[in-house]
Design a binder for this molecule. Structure first.
Ligand code: URP
Ligand code: ZN
Ligand code: ZN
Length: 467
């Protein structure tokens, strides 16, 4: 069945113009004025932006973490994502320690299959590389069409990799043309600071932030940058939160290093004081790196505007307050790390960014969709409105005002960090490969209709330095 979207404002990372758009067999086949298409379903988009579907490059669905498991799985998580205007997610396939990689990827396919209502791919997280997994990694990336590897410099007790493994990951990634995503915090020193705080009798959520200072994010970011550079690899720094990390990324990029950075809605809009609320309320705002003092937000907005940071990830990693966050009631270090953002990622960026004049609508599309498509090998199949691209399309009403609330959101958690916030703008209808998932604000999708997307490895362009 053909679909003809008429009278909307086609909006990409570079343009806004009025035109009709014809969809056939899941692809965009024509864009132009006054298009005619016999038998096509007509979708009136007058007054709406017609945008490429959002690409969320950072999600953790159904993920075991911090002695529990995230509350949104592939069903609730992808439905919530679709309501928020996201049509593709890239989720972290987790491995632990020296575990073999292939079975982990199989496990992740099982989680998603039959449940996802939007398209998806995986980043492959590695713990410590062994000779066996070192050999397995490049073959698996090629076979599975995975273009991104994830390494943690944080979480000393769970996921943290040695610098040697990090460096080896960079070298393998360079060989095969993958990007390495790194969580940049010095996990060993944080572990020490956490122990000191506990010895001193501190139990409250605010100590989560106080034991993870910005210097330890800046230091780890600098270390990752230098190791990636020596290996000649492409680095993507996940969830950048502070001036100290932004400055390192800017300095590296100015030297021509192949470094990219992501930030997330809460770091742009919420601050450390949220963790210091009375009682245990601050636990709702515990994730890593932590929220920072408000002064850091300007640096993040400026870096996004200057394209020194390129993407907005949700870092969706949801734990309900009752039952899950409360695991840390008497010990801040036991509060599961993470928050629910998959649904409101675009809403917060549009409302706080575009509607308040901080960024343009084109920059919004770039940060929420196009840049991620380019960095992770999805472009131009996804991430833009162009002939031949997948018809992953959001009809976005920029005039609607609504309130965010856990009572109305679609995520499987009992709170929303933005409870009571009034936001401007809302996706009205969302299509994935030409099929409605959200139609006039109602979910009409089909469980399991989301497809796994194999991506193309591309060798980096950075010159290898001789060591
Ligand atoms: O606290 C967070 N961010 N949880 C998810 C895991 C990670 O570090 O990305
Ligand atoms: Zn992280
Ligand atoms: Zn994360």
């Amino acid at each position: 069945m053909k679909k003809l979207i008429t009278g909307g404002l086609i909006t990409t990372a570079t343009d806004v113009y009025e035109a009709d758009l014809l969809i056939e067999n899941g692809k965009i086949v024509q864009i132009g004025k006054n298009l005619l298409a016999e038998g096509a379903e007509i979708i009136d988009a007058a007054g709406k932006y017609v945008m490429p579907g959002g690409i969320d490059p950072h999600t953790h669905l159904d993920m075991p973490f911090n002695n529990t498991v995230t509350d949104d799985d592939w069903k609730s998580g992808t439905i919530a994502a679709a309501f928020g205007g996201t049509t593709t997610i890239l989720d972290f396939c987790l491995t632990a320690g020296e575990e073999k990689l292939g079975p982990a990827v199989e496990k992740w396919h099982e989680k998603a299959k039959g449940n996802s209502v939007i398209d998806y791919g995986f980043h492959l997280m590695i713990g410590e590389l062994t000779p066996e997994t070192e050999a397995e990694l490049p073959v698996l990336l090629e076979q599975e069409g995975i273009t991104s590897v994830k390494v943690f410099m944080a979480y000393a007790k769970e996921f943290q990799a040695s610098d040697r493994t990090l460096f080896k990951a960079f070298k393998i990634a360079k060989e095969v043309g993958a990007v390495v995503m790194v969580h940049c915090e010095n996990g060993s020193v944080i572990d020490e600071l956490v122990e000191e705080a506990k010895q001193a009798g501190h139990t409250a959520p605010i100590y989560h932030a106080l034991t993870r200072p910005v210097e330890l994010e800046g230091e780890a970011t600098k270390r990752a940058i230098e190791l990636a550079h020596i290996a000649g690899a492409k680095l993507y720094v996940v969830h950048v939160t502070c001036k100290e990390a932004v400055d390192e990324i800017i300095a590296a990029r100015e030297k021509g290093y192949d470094v990219y950075g992501e930030t997330c809605p809460p770091y742009l809009t919420l601050d450390q004081s949220a963790l210091a609320q009375p009682g245990f309320e601050g636990a709702k705002y515990v994730w890593s790196p932590p929220l920072r003092p408000k002064s850091h937000q300007t640096h993040l907005w400026n870096a996004l505007k200057a394209k020194q940071l390129q993407t907005i990830g949700s870092d969706q990693c949801s734990f309900s307050f009752n039952g899950k966050k409360q695991l840390g009631l008497n010990d801040f270090s036991k509060i599961p790390n993470g928050g629910p953002f998959i649904e409101d990622r675009c809403a917060i960026l549009y409302s706080e960014g575009v509607a308040k004049g901080k960024i343009s609508i084109n920059e919004f599309v770039d940060m929420t969709s196009t840049s991620a498509a380019k960095i992770f090998g999805l472009y131009p199949q996804k991430g833009t409105i162009a002939i031949g691209s997948d018809a992953d399309i959001v009809l976005f009403d920029p005039t609607v005002k609504r309130e965010i609330s856990a009572n109305t959101h679609h995520m499987n958690v009992d709170y929303n960090p933005y409870e009571g916030w009034e936001v401007t703008g809302e996706p009205v209808s969302v299509l994935v490969r030409g099929e409605y998932v959200i139609k006039n604000k109602e979910f009409v999708g089909v469980l399991g209709s989301g497809q796994y997307i194999k991506r193309q490895l591309t060798p980096t362009t950075v010159e290898v330095i001789n060591i």
